[in-house]
Design a protein around this ligand. Structure first.
Ligand SMILES: [Zn+2]
Length: 325
């Protein structure tokens, strides 16, 4: 049997990324095109198919050598039906039959996966969690995404809604969250939350080398606060320490629930490195039941921006791979 290749697509609100991935896995060709979400679902589905065709043609592979296409999509999904139900960052999308459309247009079997799950699967298959069978990934960006793999399988839950790690509750009467709840992890440990909590502290009167910028209404991001922390700014260090502590508490809850071998942290905020990891490790060591943290490695993601498309290709291999042998 000839070796098959898999196409992974990472659908984002701004860009569609696609890659041709071997079973090794290795990305041999990739592309990124604007999503053009404002032109509506039909147009975006065509763009997904175009991106998949683009990498197929550029890799010089005929359709019969492609085992399938995996698409990682944001929002709530019906994975078995291949339907995107309600992605908050793609306006006008309601119950969009993504799999049917892409499979038909490309002439290749297609599978749908949640984008954060796909990123976790990428790290499990090819990145920081390679070799581990039970893995949990937190993607710390503007919000927090999550993906859970137990015994080599992505956990979808009863209604494909498992892995909402940004919305595990870590404060009883905590900060309000757009999900309608209070005290969600993503209101404390996302990149946006770091900036928001920092600005609030300055407005409460705490001192910082960045205070003038906050008072002048300049928007600060997590990276600016990270730089100030590394330059010795006390408040910036305090905010990062608290952030790592909250994240550590979130991780402790996960260790107690799933006892994974690897916890992978990805997304823009992990650029802060040890500034974040020190309080994370200290909190986990202090608070997790010893048996749940024994042999568990908490590490940074290694695939960066490619995690989603590699993982989506891996999901296609998992879905269709057995039919080739
Ligand atoms: Zn929430």
């Amino acid at each position: 049997m000839e070796e098959k290749y898999y196409i992974g697509v990472d659908l984002g609100g701004t860009n569609i990324k696609a890659g041709m991935v071997t079973t090794k896995p290795k990305v041999i060709v990739k592309t990124s095109i604007p999503t053009e979400a404002e032109k509506g679902p039909e147009h975006v589905l065509d763009r997904i198919a175009d991106a998949a065709e683009n990498v197929r043609k550029r890799s010089g592979l005929s359709r019969d050598l492609i085992g399938g296409i995996g698409v990682g999509s944001p929002g709530t999904l019906d994975i078995a039906a291949g339907v995107v139900l309600f992605p908050p960052n793609l306006t006008g999308w309601r119950n969009v039959p993504l799999v049917e459309h892409v499979a038909k247009k490309c002439g290749m079997q297609t599978v749908l996966e949640n984008d954060a799950n796909a990123a976790a699967y990428g790290e499990y298959w090819a990145g920081a969690a390679k070799g581990a069978e039970s893995v949990v990934m937190f993607t710390l960006g503007t919000g927090i995404g999550g993906g859970i793999i137990v015994n080599g399988l992505l956990v979808h839950g009863n209604t494909d809604s498992a892995g909402e790690l940004g919305h595990i509750v870590i404060e009883v009467d905590g900060r309000e969250c757009p999900c309608g709840n209070r005290g969600c992890l993503e209101r404390y440990a996302s990149a946006n939350a770091v900036a928001a909590r920092f600005a609030e502290a300055v407005k409460r009167g705490e001192e910082s080398m960045l205070a003038d910028k906050v008072k002048a209404g300049e928007p600060l991001d997590a990276k600016t606060i990270e730089d100030a922390a590394l330059a010795g700014d006390e408040l910036s260090n305090k905010i990062y320490w608290e952030t790592g502590t909250y994240l550590g508490i979130g991780i402790v809850n996960i260790l107690h629930t799933l006892n994974p071998a690897r916890v992978v942290l990805g997304g823009g905020l992990v650029g802060a490195g040890e500034l974040l990891m020190r309080p994370v490790r200290e909190t986990v060591e202090k608070r997790a039941i010893p048996d749940t943290q024994r042999n568990c490695v908490i590490c940074l993601a290694t695939l960066g921006e490619d995690a989603g498309l590699i993982g989506a290709a891996g999901c296609a291999l998992a879905a269709f791979g057995t039919s080739q042998s």
